[in-house]
Design a binder for this molecule. Structure first.
Ligand code: AVJ
Length: 323
């Protein structure tokens, strides 16, 4: 059976230009300055992130893969999902582990990836369609910052949000996201969330400040994206990459810190931004969790965690929750 890929595009044509302009104007005129991490991921940024996932210091991807390989059959048994909805285009390798288990369990019919990047989405979905010719695949382009259009698909549906992407939200964004997710579920659906756990600050900071400098390049890639999209004149060499453990908030924060005072022009926004020497631009939050906090966040969104799996070293958790 050969089927073609159905792609639903929920975003207006100018969505990216508009939201980039809004995010950059708001973030660079705020004090302290910050930008949302979603703008890292142009083609070069995605490639740098793939390199990060292979770094010796970046244990997250390997730990999550270990858990999935060990427990995908349990996930299939507990969910009996007919539809797998995947939020964010996780590596297709992880997806395959889940798909294989759900197919072996005899329940899966439909795979529905959702991502903001149309290109990443269609290429991942097309390669999966070739590997799983009996699976119905519906891809949806959406920005789940402001909407969560879960595809209908036959139930029970399993919504997977892997890779510790949930860590990128601040507490208010996380509450809003979980509320939207919960509201979109029916009683037989389940969610599978991959979250990184609190551990030694040294291990955490190293994961975001690797010896080869790949994460530093990834961080500075944000400036290249702004140069290209907004005709800005950021000089990546004028900034240092900086990763710190915020003990109170239990998250790693990434910054670009100005090496000297200077002014950057963003003509597309008719904006000039001045950086003092040593001034930091926050580019990412990576929240690390303890079970009770994550359970409380889920409960507040009317979701009940039913299973928690971890890797043998207790670095990362995959949890299953129900409405
Ligand atoms: C893809 C958001 C999960 O926060 O660990 C990796 C991104 N940033 N190194 C993370 C990232 C720096 C990553 N997430």
């Amino acid at each position: 059976m050969t089927t073609s890929l159905t792609v639903h595009d929920t975003l207006p044509e100018d969505h990216f230009a508009r939201t980039l302009h809004e995010d950059v104007r708001a973030g660079l005129t705020a004090r302290p300055k910050s930008l949302p991490p979603k703008w890292f991921y142009d083609a070069r940024g995605s490639e740098l992130f793939t390199r990060i996932t292979r770094l010796p210091e970046y244990y997250l991807t390997r730990a999550e893969r270990q858990i999935l390989r060990a427990h995908a059959p349990d996930i299939a048994r507990h969910t009996r999902a007919r539809t797998l909805i995947e939020l964010g285009s996780g590596s297709s390798e992880k997806t395959r582990t889940l798909l294989d288990a759900l197919i072996a369990g005899g329940t899966l019919r439909h795979y529905a990836p959702i991502d903001v990047s149309r290109d990443a989405l269609t290429s991942a979905a097309e390669s999966l369609m070739a590997a799983y010719p009996d699976l119905e695949v519906t891809a949806t382009v959406a920005d789940f910052d402001d909407q969560l259009p879960l595809p209908e698909g036959p139930g029970p549906r399993l919504v997977a949000f892997l890779g510790s992407t949930i860590g990128n939200f601040d507490p208010a964004q996380r509450a809003a996201f979980l509320g939207r997710l919960s509201a979109a579920l029916t009683p037989t659906d389940a969610v599978l969330i991959g979250a990184d756990l609190v551990k030694s600050p040294t291990t955490l900071v190293r994961a975001y400040d690797d010896a080869q400098g790949v994460t530093a390049e990834f961080n500075k890639n944000l400036l290249r994206v702004l140069n290209r999209e907004l005709d800005a004149d950021f000089e990546p060499g004028a900034f240092d990459h900086h990763a710190v453990w915020n003990e109170g908030a239990e998250r790693v924060e990434m910054y670009l810190r100005a090496r000297y005072g200077h002014t950057v022009k963003l003509p597309v926004l008719d904006l000039k931004v001045t950086f003092a020497q040593g001034e930091s631009l926050r580019t990412e939050l990576s929240t690390k969790f303890r079970r009770p906090r994550l359970a409380a966040d889920l409960n507040r969104a009317s979701l009940t965690p039913t299973h928690w799996w971890t890797d043998p070293q207790n670095r990362f958790t995959l949890l299953l929750a129900r409405p």
